[in-house]
Structure formats: structure tokens, C-alpha cells
Write a protein that binds this ligand. Sequence first.
Ligand code: ATP
Length: 244
Amino acid sequence: MSASPTLLIDELSFSYSGKKALDKVSFAIQPGECTVLLGSNGAGKSTLFSLITRLYDTRQGRIELCGFDIKKQTRNALAKLGVVFQQTTLDMDLTVMQNLRYHTALHGMGRQLANQRIQQELERLSMYERRFEKVRQLNGGHRRRVEIARSLLHKPSLLLLDEPTVGLDVPSRQALVEYVHQLVADEDLAVLWASHLIDEIYPSDHVIVLHKGQIKAKGSVDEVIAVTQSSQIKEAFTKLTEAA
Ligand SMILES: Nc1ncnc2c1ncn2[C@@H]1O[C@H](COP(=O)(O)OP(=O)(O)OP(=O)(O)O)[C@@H](O)[C@H]1O
């Protein structure tokens, strides 16, 4: 097919009762690229995610997933999307398997394919042997793993992660960050990762600095460091968000 980026955001704006939360935001993410969306509280990260997932309607600007316009070709576009929200959306009183089956049914997968995909994704995260346990019995890190497995069952091209490490202990955080980067490398997946944690960024990542609804810088880690004449990404972020 064409060389459409996995995610295209073009001149996207959004306001809450006249108050601007996103102001002409534009960027693109290619396959095999992990882009970290860095922003402090109120930067507009959740608003952007709500627009990409169609929780909110796009009124100004355009969003495309693998070349599909999310307003006009919603089904095709959303089939390309996997999401892990900040707040868990697992049913605590169902087993891991039941939670995942619910998702495969939503995506119209037959039982055989569903079981095969569930096994593959859970095994990759060392969670297959725990598939008959209720989610409530799992610790925070393991619940997150189940959510990541679930988000990948339908083989999306873009994975959206909204601060997925919040509330996790350091080893679980590191494992999750490592796992997602491995996925990007192995599966040619595109990832958009909202975070305010600088230490979750890898040198190979792309970075978008969002501040008060506007993009202050975007590019590779090295490019963002260079453009701000900083020695490290933390310093670049501080310069970009303190000046504004
Ligand atoms: N439902 C809402 N009604 C009115 N204003 C809102 C609403 N949700 C967000 N806002 C405002 O829009 C702006 C962007 O908020 P948003 O939640 O998208 O930022 P964020 O980067 O996700 O922040 P956080 O990390 O705190 O979740 C902020 O000024 C916020 O106060």
C-alpha cells in the first residue's frame, strides 16, 4: 500500500467550553517507532488520546490511522488501534482468560483464533499459566501485563499507552518499559506513550513535548536535545516548558 504513517495528526485543536486544550497539534508516527508524549499535568495528553480513540469527536483538524480517516473510516481506523488506559479497564471479578475473550469477541474473532492469540500474547508476557486466576488476585504489574496483552490481541499497528507505569513499583515499571520497546523492535509496532517520566525514555525513542496544548518540540531524543542546546532530555524538557 501507500507510505501512510501509522498515525497522522494534522492541525488538531480542541476546546472545552471555549478553553483551548489542544492548539493546532501536528505530528506523525511511523511503523517501528516509539514516540514518547511528554507533558506536565494539563498539557493536553488525555485530550489527545480521547480524540484518537474517538471518545471525543474531532471538530478541528484530522486524525488518520494507517491512512484511514477516523471520522470517515472509523471501523477500519479503530481496527488498527490498541489502547492501554491510565485507569485499569479490566473486570476484577473475571479471570484473565474471560477478560481477554471478551475483547476478542468485540473484535469478531472466532474461538480458535482467539485462543491462539491469547496464548501467544500471554506467553510473551509470562502470564499464560495464570490465565484462570481472577484479575483481583494479580498484583499491579501483572494486571498491566494483562492489559498490554489484551491491547495486542487483534494485532494493532498503533499502541496507545496512557501513563501505563503509574502506580507500579520500580522493577515492574522497568520490565514494562523494556517489554514495550522490545515489541516495537520485534513487531514493527508504532507506539505513542504518554508520560511525564523522563527516565522512561530510551535513546532510540522519538519525543514530543506538549505544553499547554501546543507542541514545543518534536523529533529524536538527540534532535530535541540539540534544538534546545541542552545536555540531556530532562534539561530540554525543563527549558521548553518553563519558558512558555
Ligand atoms: N472535561 C474537561 N472539562 C473542562 N476542561 C478540561 C476537561 N478535561 C481536561 N480539561 C482541561 O484541558 C486541559 C488539558 O487537560 P488534559 O487532561 O488533556 O491534560 P493531561 O496532559 O492529560 O494532564 P494530566 O496528566 O493531568 O492528565 C487542562 O487545562 C484541563 O484542565
